[in-house]
Every structure is written in structure tokens, then in C-alpha cells.
Design a protein around this ligand. Structure first.
Ligand code: DC
Length: 216
């Protein structure tokens, strides 16, 4: 959104392992804005779904969970109905279920409404996800689409999860890319007007400099 008085929104989208989270946090710090990881919201819903023993592909039950769940996603934590689920939402069960949950149009409608409300309450922010520039804030002041080669993305994700081998991370990334890009509801796309940045050969600081430079 541009113009005086409008919330200042920076949208950072891209596939898993493109560097979104690290970069979006650093951009928020540089600009003195708040940061929201919208993927953690979808993961929080998936966690609540699994906790209640619901099949993640049961659209009706999953939508009901999404409408009723209390999510509190901060920079470092994800609280789901008052329970600290920060570690659980990064685990293999949630990672395996989240694509099905995120493909549910009613879940998306609910999360998008909460994301817009988050921005209004804070007067702006840096938001990362898959559909921020395309659906949630198409009029964002800046829309960035981060990419990186599949090998680099798998290596980054494996480095975050010691003990997990790169090949299985690469297979998981391929599966989620396919699911996120081919779903009917808000698939992962490069938003109109988004600046595409390949982070494969850039340092975090290099990516942050490039993004902040786009604002000038
Ligand atoms: O960024 P992540 O890997 O934590 O995202 C988890 C899942 O949620 C992933 O399958 C994509 C989905 N997601 C989405 O559909 N829309 C968003 N705005 C953010 C994440």
C-alpha cells in the first residue's frame, strides 16, 4: 500500500528454502517494521488439526478448526490455543500435513483475513509467505519474489535440521513445491509487479541490501 496514512507493507513470497524467513526478519529490523511468518499460521492450523485427530484432507472439519483456533504467531514463537507449538510446527508430522491444510480455500480465507487485520493493528509490516503479493496485499509498497536453485534450497533446509539428510529434504521440497504451485486456491505464483530475486549466490546481507535498495 502506498500513500500517506496507508500501512506500509513489504510482501516477500517464494518457495521453501528461498531464504524468505531470514531475509524478511532482517528487512523488518532494518526498516523498523514488525514481521509476520504466514507459513507459521498454516502450520499452526495443521498442528491443531492433527492434535484433534482430524484428517488434514477433511475440508469441512479442517475449515472449522481454522475458524476457531487461536493463533499467536510472534517473531520467535507460535502459540496454538495457548499451547507453545513453536517446535511442533516445524516437525515432520506438521510438515507432512500442511500442504493439504493450506490448499483448503476456507482455511485460506480465514488466514488472509487475520493477516490483513494484523497489518491494520500494527500499521504495516514485513510479511512473508506464498500469496502475500498476489492475494493478501496486492497493493503492497514492495513485492519481492525470492528464488534459489533446488540444490541450494535443500542444503539450506537441511542445515536448519541437523541429522536430516539433504536428499530427503530435497524430495520433501519438491513435493511441497508441486503441491503449493498446482493447488487451485492461491497457488504459489510470481505476483504482478513483483521483483524477482535469485538468492542462490547471495549472502543474507546481500539480499537484504538489494531489497532495501528497491525501496529507494
Ligand atoms: O513457509 P512454510 O514452509 O513454513 O509454509 C508452510 C506451508 O504453508 C507451505 O506448504 C506453504 C503454505 N503457505 C501458504 O500456502 N501460504 C502462505 N502465505 C504461507 C505458507
Amino acid at each position: 500500500m502506498t500513500g500517506s496514512g496507508s500501512p506500509r507493507v513489504i510482501a516477500i513470497d517464494g518457495p521453501a528454502g528461498s531464504g524468505k524467513s531470514t531475509v524478511a526478519r532482517a528487512v523488518a529490523d532494518r526498516l523498523g517494521l514488525q514481521y509476520l511468518d504466514t507459513g507459521a499460521m498454516y502450520r499452526g492450523v495443521a498442528h491443531a488439526v492433527l492434535r484433534e485427530g482430524i484428517d488434514p484432507t477433511d475440508a469441512v472439519m479442517v475449515s472449522e478448526v481454522a475458524r476457531n483456533v487461536t493463533l499467536d504467531v510472534t517473531r520467535s514463537h507460535c502459540m496454538v490455543d495457548g499451547e507453545d507449538a513453536s517446535a511442533a510446527i516445524r516437525g515432520p508430522e506438521v510438515t507432512g500435513a500442511v500442504s493439504a491444510v493450506a490448499a483448503n480455500p476456507e482455511v485460506r480465507g480465514e488466514m488472509v483475513a487475520r493477516q490483513r487485520a494484523w497489518v491494520v493493528e500494527r500499521g504495516g509490516g514485513v510479511m512473508e509467505g506464498r500469496d502475500i503479493g498476489s492475494v493478501v496485499f496486492p497493493d503492497a509498497e514492495l513485492k519481492v519474489y525470492l528464488t534459489a536453485s533446488p540444490e541450494v534450497r535443500a542444503r539450506r533446509r537441511a542445515a536448519e535440521a541437523p541429522g536430516v539428510d539433504v536428499d530427503s529434504v530435497a524430495a520433501d521440497i519438491r513435493r511441497r513445491d508441486e503441491a503449493d504451485s498446482s493447488r487451485a486456491a492461491s497457488p504459489l505464483v510470481t505476483a504482478d509487479g513483483a521483483r524477482v530475486l535469485d538468492t542462490s549466490d547471495l549472502t543474507v546481507d546481500g539480499v537484504v541490501d538489494a531489497i532495501v535498495g528497491m525501496l529507494r
